[in-house]
Design a protein around this ligand. Sequence first.
Ligand code: CA
Length: 707
Amino acid sequence: MHKQPGLATANTTVFRLLRLLGILALVALAACDSKPPPGVADSRSPAKPAQVDAARVANADSEPGNWLVHGRTYDEQRYSPLNQINRDNVSRLGLAWEAPMDSRRGLEATPIVVDGIIYTTSTWSRVRALDARTGELLWEHDPGVDRAWGKKLCCDVVNRGVAVWQGKVFVGTLDGYLVALNAADGKPLWRVDTLVDRDRFYSITGAPRVVKDKVIIGNGGAEFEVRGYISAYNVDSGELDWRFFTVPGSASGPFEHPELEQAATTWSPDSNWQGGGGTAWDSMAYDPELDLLYVGTGNGGPWSHYARSPGGGDNLYLASILALRPDSGRLAWHYQTTPGDSWDYTATQHMILADLEIEGRLRKVLLQAPKNGFFYVLDRGNGELISAEKYVFANWASHVDLDSGRPVLTGLADYSEQAKYVFPSAAGGHNWQPMSYSPATGLVYIPAREAGWVHNEAGDKWFEFGVDNLEELAGDQDIPPTRGYLKAWDPVAQKLVWQKETANIWNGGALATAGGLVFHGTATGHLYALHDQSGEVLLELPIGTGMIAPPISYAIDGRQYIAVMAGWGGPAFNTLGGDEALLDFDNAGRLLVFELDGAPVPLPPPVPPRGPIPPQPELATDAATLERGRLLYVYNCGGCHGMYGSTPMLPDLRRMTLEKHALFQDIVLGGLLENAGMSSFADTLSEAETEAIQAYIVSLANASRDE
Ligand code: CA
């Protein structure tokens, strides 16, 4: 059911030495006409590309010119040991090259760089391999996702990247397939259907990870009440090895694996067993020493605990960090950040593994800033909570009790009887945009936001838009202004060190480097480089394209590059701050690669003037119809088209002509524009309901014209 729109150790001396050794090795090898060591020099396509394996990933610091896996290393610190670009010279950063991505929607991928080749993804799960020095396209693969699948997505037709392993490139597709491509030419080697039910609203947007001989992939869809799970496939054959369901399928079994029997005791027997949520749609990390694979799980589906599990209970394993044995898929431990989630507080956010000295002891920790607003430091060997503090304003819980490891709820958490203005919002204090940890500063850089959300169970409204009594709902709380931030967080002291504010709440991920810098892009279309200790802005490069993806760094022939996928998008519930790049410039997606003394970045063509709102048909204007239309619109349309009839990423519904309006039923129910990604809603909406939605859109258009 389309009920809820998815709102829903840096050591520079060592590095220089390594580089010198690399150059010496190159000279020696050139004499005997052998291949240079990986990551140092050769940017031409090697005969056998993409030879990533466990040994190379484990020793990733010995080849800092490559970015071998999603978080660069298994611990997902997203820290580059490269330091050629540094505090002293970053102001000279300019364009090395750019490559178009044939997209006007959100680009979220982390590019992978192996031996002179970049592997990345565009919208609709399309994969591209490019020469990392020139940007020349080597091959592309379009998995041919049926555009009608767009309806099954909460948060744009995005993809967060590929995994590259032993000559193969793995991608998860929006329509639920896991595909292995030949890294040499992009031709498919095998393709498996990862979905347990193709009729449900499952999707894959996350990047696969490879651990040992398995490629691991989860999926999304908790907003649409699917049942979450994560699967492991053999890298060579594509055969399913194991599958871990994150929530039980019923109160009494049968249970697919023993962990579910215990999990079922945390759901009330009268639970809505349609799915439950808990989708593992993004974050993973791996500790080879402990041999534990960490997976973050998503929110409950439906959101409301009262509707999902009326008798209460924690509802394991929603909003949890799972530590799985990669060989068997068995659970070693779990930590639930948000028991009985009712607020879309996923724990799918980026997890970082680090070794930190805490109270005199070196601890192997896992760091996460999930949506719920608390920054967690866990012992990653056993899941023990070490500390948890608020990294943004959060009013649903006062604190996390260290003995029980549980949040202590405030009265604002319960919206079963009346609407509550809850912080953080469903967008989370932090969402999927990756953080970065610098071992040099000991700080975690969090792409964060301050924002609230009105949850309301009364009258079948699980959330609400356009409420005018926010002040009343806020009461005497000191509500922060709605803003985006990059926050530098000390995970040992659990406190903020510095922060940089942006108007929009939806910006890019972070990259820390041994150059003493933190890079991140913003919705305004600026690439920033900040002093990693002070937050001082050392570079503010206008590129004219909004960014949500995380930058990476690589090097070829001794030259360091910064790369980022530029193209703004994601869930349309994001409020616009008014200074977004896509309001002024064409949001054409591109891969941008920067170098010292590079060229000026060409700005995209300006957005053409939009002209006045055309004449609108005369439809019902009574308050009851418009309110019904508004709610139906919010639930069914707003997730993609914006909660107020428009989003810069899709056609502005307020600007529909009389001709378009005449076809409204044919489009919404008849599927007239299915090939463009606008699916039929005949299974969820009646003709009368569609008419009410149309009347509401007309009222928005007329109101906008009058403004
Ligand atoms: Ca969600």
